[in-house]
Design a protein around this ligand. Sequence first.
Ligand SMILES: [Zn+2]
Length: 685
Amino acid sequence: MRQKSVKGLIALGIVKGLLTLGLLLFFSTFSECGASGEVTNYSETLNQEQPFQKLNPDEVTTEWNDTYLFSSREDALKELETLKKKPEEINATFRPEFENLSGPVLLDYLETEKEFSKSIEVLYVYAYTQLSKNVSDPFFASLLTNSQDLLTEYGKATSFTTVKLTSLNKEEWDRLFSEEPKLEEYRPYLEAKYMRFSDHRAMNESQAIYLAELENQRMKLETEAFSEITNNVTMAGNITLENGEEYPVNSQSYNTLLSTDQNRENRKKCYEKRFYHLKNESDSMASLYSEKARLDDLDARELNYTDYYDYTLYSAYLNRTQIDEMNTVFKERKDVFEDYNEFRKNKLGLEKLKPYDLLLQLTDQPGKNYTYVEALQEIQNSYSRMDPRFNEIFLKMVTGNFVDVYPDPEHGKQPGGYTYSLCSLKSPALVFLNYNGLISDQKAITHELGHGINFYLMGNSVDYLYCSGPIYEMEVPSTFNEELFVDYLIQNSDKETAVNVLSQHIGEYQNYFTRQPMITEFEHKAHQLCAENGTASGADLNAIWTNLSKEYGSDSVEYYDEDSAEWAYINHIYLANNYYTFNYAVSKAITLSLFKQYKEDPETFNKNYIAYLSAGSTMPPEEKLKKYFGIEINRQLFEDAMDVVELRIQELNELEAKKSANESGSAAKSPNTSGFFWTGEYKNK
Ligand SMILES: [Zn+2]
């Protein structure tokens, strides 16, 4: 899922593209197997030392209360009209003042902009969230377009400030800070937004205005792509199941059938229905994508980057070497997953794994699912050893109409999940889900709540302008929550459930460490192709996707010989801030390292973790990681992550062996985990 905040749009201004941070997306395809089963004994793991307010099921809410933002559509329109006047007003006030820029003027400008930014955040979030509930709603489609246009107008009207502030040298900055001591509070913000971009700036107003227009076109393409994905790309048509039932294949039902139907023929039909449907859609999506790729790179080159990939990395405080090393480690060590694939194949009793065998839950009752409330209760238990603020924020969100829970693809609800920050209101974030009751859906809830907890902590700890961070950092709390959840289930379930949960989770590591970096590589190659040829066809992009799949994928899965168009439905590649998905891999690697610290010394970890999550962008991301956890993003981090994967696979095999021993009655009940996993043995490895 994604995470999003509108301030990103404004805070980053034209320099960094308007609509960036704050919306955190989730990848909608949790690959591989799933699991289910009864969860027991949870009370034993609760931390008895502090009172832990349990969730009251009667208080759980499942829909957003959009009146938190506006009491009516008319009010939103009124606010839009008010805000439309602001760009000109701000321009008229500050343009003359910027001629002789002084410290107090700059402070005044920052605070004026902050207020505008907070107001438009509310309007934008209202339009965006309501539109994702029905991508064809004309009112919200138009409100979103208008909000985007307003942002663009704002960017244009204030482009003189960006041009000026990115051009200042050190002496000039020193002078401004000495003239107005209150500016000191905004120093990290000014460094992150302006000083850092002195080599990647618009040189004059007309260039800045041109860039704002490019940005606007890119935002519109994103909206168009999401509408196409929801209405066409994921709507593959009907299949006839073996029992004669007609079954519509859409974004939701596809995953449900592949995860739960033990009839292999049904899975094959469903897989093929989508496989060929995506190929049919690939030309039209490729034409949309090519246009976007062209605009992305055009935008980036205007700002003195090699291409948009370069731009993304620089904005995230990362460099190519780090990501190349990451991809190298994951490709070199992809065979680590072969033991797991072997496990799955044996468990399913198959000769050879086919692509439609990878999602099926490894349990006797794969169709069994969990109610939303059951899922929340398990998630809450997984927070029992975390700082009490986790539970407090959790309760606020799930009982306060901040989560939109159930799928509704027939009425235009967009697939996937995301969390939209509402730091402007210091309120909990809005979480968008498509909950279907599978184990992967439960993990999706806790993933999004991780974003929500992070946003809430930031929003209530630091200035609004610091409620942000690069995507990989923002995906740490979400992916950390998944580890917490799985660890809790493994410790507190019967062995059958533990095996299922762990195997599903290892499948997800495979997703994080192979599929997600692969999507980014796909985007990069596709962008390069579009740059060379001006455009790319569906067949071109299918070929790139398929070749990369071979490089990253497993040889033990028998994929189809012909090219696949699986890229076509992946939301993230159409985002205005694209190259999103490699962040998941970086985050997950960091998360595994953090999780080890948590297991070794929860108390110290909790203290650092809360401070880390609350700090927002008050310091550069790499400094923050180092300060609180002593971690650096380098080859070692990724090697360590793969070591954890290996250990988890070993743990899975041990669990399965114990389970078989228990079943044959030859062994006494033994604990699910031997405890070796997070202890010194691992540290010494
Ligand atoms: Zn996320």
